[in-house]
Design a protein around this ligand. Structure first.
Ligand code: NAP
Length: 326
């Protein structure tokens, strides 16, 4: 049996692992079999992670986090969690391989998944012109006209990146004002290959075997029009990955895992949650990393309170019970 299992291999999971490993808790970290490293693996340059003034590529940042976690004794397993049993004092986690691991405490840091528009053509043409990852699929759209749907930082980042390949990138946004940060907006607005299609919703994605266009509805006057293009990148935000714990842990109205105040404590003792899976608001690599730290300190405190000798006094001053906001 383990003291600690961490589910998730994004900044929250790896930071929790670094702290837990340095506390001699020898954590087992379950990284997904296909999506290990989390959303930063699908990102190009990360310019806002402190300590990298020149920027760092998302996958390189995740490799460094993994190296740091392993250096202190984290064991990483590449598999998918298929079931959890958090009902008893000892928690069990079953993997796709059929192996079940047990632990005294678990950090749930499964992150979030790209949101879907939810229209028929989207699922039918997924992988045939519809994509959720510019860095994965941009290469296939050289000299083609494509669209990015969304008005946030993800949409601006993807659109700007895709101009390296595409002949034209439409950004389709449902309002006439972007949600993205100013620096990302300015970069996209200044790019001659990007054309903004304002006040427009994608109501259908057209094409038989491959994307041939989108049908748009104007959100102001309700009129519909078709736009010919060969690729659609959906970048309309992310939903927390909580399907494994529905009915197991309390979930908020935002679909995130409910935690106690500023802590990582969930509704089940011994289960801690960190990163995007608890955060409907900030969702940054650095806030996820901070959240992973909170989870590791909370679980050290939990294990120490159980009389577990494995949780040493390291950082003991920092793991006092936090007051819970009313
Ligand atoms: P977001 O900020 O939630 O933006 C989602 C965008 O998609 C919004 O413009 C929203 O429109 C639109 N949208 C949502 N649902 C839609 C639907 N069903 N149909 C059409 N449009 C829809 O999500 P995000 O851009 O993925 O960013 C998430 C977080 O990650 C943010 O905190 C962001 O700052 C961060 N991020 C940072 C970077 C960076 O710093 N390099 C890069 C990417 C993401 P409305 O505006 O009308 O709501």
């Amino acid at each position: 049996m383990r003291k600690v299992i961490i589910i998730g291999s994004g900044p929250a999971g790896y930071t929790a692992a670094i702290y837990a490993a340095r506390a001699n808790l020898s954590p087992l970290l379950i990284a997904s079999s296909v999506e290990a490293g989390g959303e930063l693996m699908n990102t190009t340059e990360v310019e806002n992670f402190p300590g990298f003034p020149e920027g760092i590529m998302g996958p390189d940042l995740m490799t460094k986090m993994q190296e740091q976690a392993e250096k202190f004794g984290t064991e990483v397993v590449y598999d998918d969690v298929t079931a959890v049993d958090f009902s008893g004092d000892i928690k069990s986690i079953t993997l796709g391989s059929g192996i079940t691991h047990e632990a005294e405490a678990v950090v749930f840091a499964t992150g979030s998944a790209p949101r879907k528009i939810g229209i028929e053509g989207e699922s039918r043409l997924s992988g045939r012109g519809v994509s959720y990852c510019a860095t994965c699929d941009g290469f296939f759209f050289r000299e083609k006209a494509i669209a990015v749907v969304g008005g946030g930082d993800s949409a601006m980042e993807e659109a700007t990146f895709l101009t390296k390949f595409a002949s034209k990138v439409y950004v389709i946004h449902r309002r006439d004002e972007l949600r993205a940060s100013k620096i990302m907006q300015d970069r996209a607005l200044a790019n001659g290959k990007i054309e903004f299609v304002w006040n427009s919703e994608v109501v259908d994605i057209l094409g038989d075997d491959a994307v041939s266009g989108v049908r748009l509805r104007n959100t102001v006057d309700g009129s519909e029009s078709d736009l010919a293009l060969e690729g659609v990148f959906v970048a309309i935000g992310y939903d927390p990955r909580t399907h494994l714990v529905h009915g197991v842990l309390d979930i908020t109205e935002h679909g995130t895992i409910q935690v106690d105040g500023r802590t990582s404590r969930t509704s089940v003792p011994g289960i801690f949650a960190a990163g995007d899976v608890i955060d409907p608001t900030y969702r940054q690599a650095v806030t996820a990393a901070g959240s992973g730290t909170v989870a590791a300190l909370d679980l050290e405190h939990y294990l120490a309170a159980r009389g577990d000798a494995g949780a040493p006094a390291q950082d003991a001053s920092e793991i006092q019970d936090l007051p819970t906001p009313a």
